[in-house]
Design a protein around this ligand. Structure first.
Ligand code: SAM
Length: 362
């Protein structure tokens, strides 16, 4: 069997799932755990597979009290071998999240959940395992669902109507955050997003739970609805579960496309990102942290190729458009959701004017 080295861990894959493309995300998870680590933190890797994450947490994040579970018998056996191979003494169980949640309520200060597909079916059990101050790290790889390829599936699984255009990744990430906050609120947890990432085929949210009815009520005030007018490219947002967004665009009176509920609060905590950046363990992770630190905390973004196509302007670099916007006094930054996009607090009229000013008509 081949031994793989990732970070400080040596891993045999055997019959367990291992994706080398996720190594950078595991780097970031190590950095995150290091940034939020508390004394005697109890960490759960609830979908261990080879155990690579849990082993790296123990070896690199300085969290020694790590439990690994996997519902798959063969995977749990591989994880057990790997724990031994790395000279560690960690608890490894062939157990499901559901099974563990029934017996270990409120037992972990950090939980990593990285299932195949959607985390939604296990969200309830993850909340049971958490308590005041728990940091949840949750991955979703059902991005086609969250990005609106099948609207019905997203409504069924997450209770939200998705968006199916170039902004779908941000809408999807906010749907995942909203679903997490809504499930957390049922357990009287408020949710504070510390880091939210959309990349390749996955989305991942890092959130802290805070116990208290007041906290959960405050958290739910970040839920809201969006609406998009494909004619004038206008986005509108309104917080609340029964907001008053009209069905027609206030500018052109076209029918708007509603989406949500989505999370309309902040998606990150700059202090956490700064701490992670200081402990960075790879250039790729540092670059990502810089981007996430800088990214403007406003809903949605603009994709320059889409804008130029729409306005009949020759292609133009997103930096040129950003410069034009900056000249107007607007705030503007790069965005994680599109390498050719940007986020801004400028109006759509200012955005269009900047694209026109930066390009030439075809
Ligand atoms: C995507 S893999 C995890 C990969 C791993 N976190 C890593 O970074 O290499 C998902 C694993 O979760 C396990 N799993 C799926 N559903 C589970 C459940 N309800 N409880 C515990 N483990 C589960 C699967 O058997 C599989 O090994």
């Amino acid at each position: 069997m081949k031994t793989i080295v990732e970070g400080k861990a040596r891993i045999l894959t055997g019959d367990a799932f291992y994706n080398p493309k996720m190594a950078m995300l595991r780097d970031m998870s190590v950095m995150f755990l290091k940034a939020v680590r508390t004394r005697n933190m109890r960490v759960l890797d609830s979908t261990a597979a080879t155990g690579v994450r849990a082993i790296r947490y123990a070896l690199e994040a300085g969290t020694k009290n790590v439990t690994l579970i996997d519902i798959n018998k063969k995977a749990a056996a591989v994880a057990k071998k790997n724990v031994k191979l790395n000279g560690l003494k960690l608890k490894v169980m062939n157990e499901s999240v559901q099974g563990l949640a029934n017996e270990h309520e409120g037992s972990f200060e950090a939980i990593d959940h990285d299932p195949f597909g959607s985390p939604a079916p296990n969200m309830f059990d993850l909340m049971k395992l958490a308590w005041n101050g728990t940091n949840l790290m949750i991955t979703a790889t059902d991005t086609a669902v969250l990005c609106g390829a099948h609207a019905g599936a997203c409504i069924k699984v997450y209770g939200s109507r998705p968006l199916h255009n170039e902004m779908c990744k941000e809408a999807g990430l906010r749907i995942l955050l909203n679903f997490t906050a809504r499930t957390a609120a049922q357990f009287n947890f408020g949710m504070m997003p510390l880091l939210s990432i959309s990349d390749m085929h996955y989305m991942r949210v890092f959130v802290r739970l805070e116990f208290g009815a007041d906290k959960s009520i405050a958290s739910m005030k970040n839920t809201g609805i969006g609406a998009f007018c494909s004619k004038c490219y206008e986005y509108m947002f309104e917080k609340g579960v029964a907001p008053l967004l009209g069905p027609l665009c206030p500018k052109c009176k076209s029918k708007m496309e509603p989406f949500g509920p989505i999370w309309l609060g902040s998606m990150r905590d700059r202090d956490t990102i700064m701490k992670m950046r200081k402990n960075s363990i790879s250039d790729a992770a540092s670059e990502k942290m810089d981007l996430l630190y800088e990214e403007l905390d406003v809903p949605m973004f603009y994709s320059v190729p889409k804008l130029t196509k729409r306005l009949g302007v020759t292609s133009v670099s997103h930096y040129a458009v950003m410069e034009k916007l900056q000249e107007t006094g607007a705030r503007v930054t790069r965005t994680q959701f599109d390498p050719n996009g940007f986020k801004t607090d400028a109006s759509i009229e200012e955005v269009f004017a900047s694209v026109r000013a930066a390009g030439r008509r075809k």
